[in-house]
Write a protein that binds this ligand. Structure first.
Ligand code: ADP
Length: 333
């Protein structure tokens, strides 16, 4: 499933690396966040201190990792990358923190998945550049303080609501990344096409921009599939080619992918449009509720196909129309 950003092959990662904007000026869209980050970095530079800790929140593929790299690059600081799932014990975090060089930018992706035991260590580290290392057990246990180099933590999360308040409060700045509009995505694609040497016309770019779930990562990935399709069939990358290539990869005219459609059709057909609770929905489609909530749902809500209510998720009239169903015909299945 090419629109799912979870499994990355090496070529996919190399490709992403090659297309990553290196500076805030090259970073398309997210104007507000760019302005805020720019100010924060400039203020730190004037005062000659490490920039405040930064939390980047939003669905996958919107540029969180890219922004972390840009923060390091723009402030001429080294970058170290880690992730929540890699920090399963406080000791894992202690190893990362104690190896930081002065001023380093530490990026922790999926920070909401870090072990609880590491979280408390991180509070102290963020606030005082210090950690306490526990040695021994029971009554004889003592803690040895360890001074750290000043650093800037850049945390990324698809679930800012899942972060404990004390952690959230320790970030000097939280950026909520939004889905990109079509004009911005067209710009992302134009830039990528130029970098990849793909000849593609404006109408074709606009078509991809409208069908990539508002997500630069997916836009770039679809561009590659279109390029492949044009190459294999000896065709120009024009509007017709884009339509055929995207049909081949099951991307529908709203850009919904297989899982989006499965979630929607489950709400419509099995639950007669809802309301249905998140966990029931997750079990019905055989996905983790986390994926439904942080990847699928934000986009369906944004395009107005689903609304969240206290009683559960409800499909909107647009969703019924998109599937060509009415309430009664849906309930028959
Ligand atoms: P995240 O960390 O939020 O999952 P990434 O930073 O890894 O997303 O971005 C995924 C890909 O999308 C990157 O390879 C980058 O090329 C592209 N991308 C993301 N945001 C932008 C942007 N604002 N402008 C241009 N390209 C972008």
């Amino acid at each position: 499933d090419i629109t799912r950003p979870t499994v990355e092959s090496d070529t996919e990662l190399a490709f992403e690396g090659a297309l990553r904007p290196a500076s805030l000026a090259e970073f398309v869209g997210q104007k507000k966040v760019r302005g805020q980050l720019e100010l924060l970095l400039k203020a730190a530079a004037i005062q000659g201190r490490t920039p405040d800790h930064i939390l980047l929140a939003g669905p996958p593929g919107l540029g969180k990792t890219t922004l972390a790299m840009i923060v390091a690059h723009e402030s001429s600081r080294p970058l170290r990358m880690s992730s929540g799932p890699a920090i399963q014990h406080a000791g894992d975090l202690a190893a990362v923190l104690s190896a930081l060089v002065p001023g380093e930018v530490l990026f922790i992706d999926e920070i909401h998945r870090m072990a609880r035991s590491a979280e408390e260590m991180l509070y102290l580290a963020m606030e005082d550049y210090r950690i306490d290392i526990m040695v021994g057990k029971g009554a004889g246990a003592t803690s040895i303080p360890l001074e750290l180099s000043p650093f800037t933590l850049v945390g990324a999360t698809t679930r800012s609501g899942m972060l404990p308040n004390p952690l959230r409060d320790r970030f000097g700045f939280t950026a909520h990344l939004e889905f990109y509009d079509e004009a911005e995505l067209t710009e992302v694609l134009r830039r990528a096409a130029a970098l990849l040497g793909v000849r593609i016309d404006g109408a074709a770019l606009a078509e991809i921009a409208g069908r990539c779930r508002g997500t630069p990562r997916i836009a770039n990935r679809l561009l590659r599939r279109v390029r492949d399709f044009a190459l294999v069939h000896g065709r120009e990358a024009d509007l017709g080619t884009v339509r055929e290539a995207l049909a081949l990869y099951d991307v529908d005219d709203l850009g919904l992918d297989r899982l989006d459609r499965e979630v929607l059709s489950t709400i419509l057909r099995r639950f007669d449009g809802g309301p249905v609770g998140l966990n029931t929905l997750a079990v019905s489609v055989g996905e983790e509720s986390d994926t439904i909530e942080s990847v699928v749902e934000p986009f369906l809500v944004r395009v107005g196909l689903v609304t969240r209510t206290p009683r559960g998720r409800i499909a909107t009239p647009e969703a019924w129309r998109h599937f060509g169903l009415t309430r009664d015909s849906g309930a028959l299945f």
